[in-house]
Design a binder for this molecule. Structure first.
Ligand SMILES: [Mn+2]
Length: 326
């Protein structure tokens, strides 16, 4: 079990009006740990606002309470809690807001990315936790909070999505014990897997059909690209999701690394990177201005798509070579 420091507990205890935020392009752990933290703060009788720059993706809107997430947090806050983000830029506009409106308010960072830059007033960073949701679970244990379904379902959502349903190499017996505890509290595992992982709209099939022809292998790297006109066609930059395409590519036997390049705007390209167990892509992503985990990382680069591709592939090839993979 991971233990928060007394200092962190003190900040949470003293905070009365709390802003909780998580990262741009929110994934299942961002949404899950945010809603889980909300449930915990509600039990603690705090005033709180849950915020994300981008809308809650459709596959997580089955989670009760997602409607309370706002992109425009307003309040007289005395504490900010930042979840699942390894650096301040990951909060997008929300961090600018924090810096402009309330820079003197303490910021509590809770995260599990090895690339975390420790930018908070207090930082609880556990790279061995499978999800930030796991840390919220441990926090709830330390606080002695009752395991309600309201707390358990979003936390299970975070655990399941960050581990691809307990299939990543960082999953240990305790991960399954936490999942069991959340299920005992009323969270349905099949509800989570169906909504958050399995179900995809028909438009996703069409998107994959357009994108898969671009799949290319360079050495042990497989990549595909989604140009801006395709992004616009399938939801636009604020509501865009490629339905786990990069994980699908990462299952290609001949590849050690998979990358999906998504042109989110003219000359703004996201690179989403996955690797086989034992192959570390977090250092390459960090060097490229992003971050993440050894097996799942990413970065955003402001440059034309061909330029970004060359830069990312070149950097990855070098990092792979250093790890003896060619
Ligand atoms: Mn996470």
């Amino acid at each position: 079990m991971f233990k928060p420091t007394d200092e962190l507990l003190q900040y949470i205890e003293q905070g009365q009006d709390i802003l909780v935020m998580s990262h741009i392009a929110p994934d299942g752990d961002a949404v899950g740990s945010l809603l889980g933290m909300g449930a915990l703060l509600k039990w603690l009788d705090k005033n709180y606002v849950l915020a994300l720059q981008d809308p809650v993706p459709e596959q997580f809107r089955y989670l009760p309470g997602h409607e309370q997430v706002t992109s425009n947090p307003i309040g007289d806050f005395d504490l900010v809690i930042g979840l699942d983000a390894s650096d301040p830029e990951r909060f997008g506009r929300l961090f600018q807001l924090y810096e402009e409106e309330f820079p003197s308010i303490p910021l509590v960072v809770i995260d599990h990315h090895i690339t975390n830059t420790y930018f908070g007033t207090v930082n609880w960073v556990e790279p061995n936790a499978v999800a930030t949701a796991e840390l919220i679970f441990d926090l709830s244990e330390v606080l002695g909070a009752p395991k309600t379904e309201e707390l358990a379902l979003p936390l299970l959502n975070g655990l399941v999505t960050d581990t691809l349903c307990f299939r990543t190499p960082n999953v240990v017996p305790r991960t399954l014990e936490i999942a069991a505890s959340l299920m005992n509290a009323g969270a349905s595992l099949s509800l989570v897997t169906e909504n958050a992982l399995n179900m995809k709209p028909f438009s996703m099939v069409k998107l994959w059909a357009e994108t898969l022809p671009t799949a290319t292998m360079v050495g042990k790297i497989i990549y595909a690209e989604i140009p801006y006109h395709v992004v616009e066609k399938y939801g636009g930059k604020d509501n865009y999701n490629s339905g786990g395409l990069v994980n699908f590519l990462a299952a290609v036997k001949e590849a050690a690394v998979a990358v999906v390049f998504t042109e989110r705007g003219p000359q703004v390209v996201d690179a989403s990177i996955r690797s086989r167990p034992g192959v570390d892509v977090s250092k390459a992503a960090f060097e490229l201005g992003g971050g993440g985990h050894p097996q799942a990382a990413g970065c955003t680069i402001r440059a034309p798509l061909p330029e970004v591709k060359e830069k990312v592939i070149g950097t990855l090839l070098r990092h792979l070579k250093e790890q003896g993979i060619e």
